[in-house]
Design a protein around this ligand. Sequence first.
Ligand code: ZN
Length: 111
Amino acid sequence: MHEMTRVEELVRVLKKKGVRGKVRITIGHLEATQIMLEEVKECFEIATKNTDLEGSEIVFVPQPIRMKCNDCEAVFDVSFDDLPLRCPICRKDDCQLLEDDELSIIAVDTP
Ligand SMILES: [Zn+2]
């Protein structure tokens, strides 16, 4: 299960940061990601059950996809509507994904 692997990774990062108790975690997800956010929430509940983080809440914030042009090295944000992709500077289509983190922790708040 793809989502569970991602969630376990997130929980590991949170523990490493020393996050404890009921917190609100703001998570950025790529706009075009195939990841199921509802499933992420469910997996998070399962992964944190009987741990320090039990009862914590997840808030999702969509993040643009960042690309880099391999030709002129311009860095730019794209959304799903921009596909097929071209560099906004040189109009070439030789671009690569710069950040492919489907889920990333943006903030952790204690309510
Ligand atoms: Zn370019």
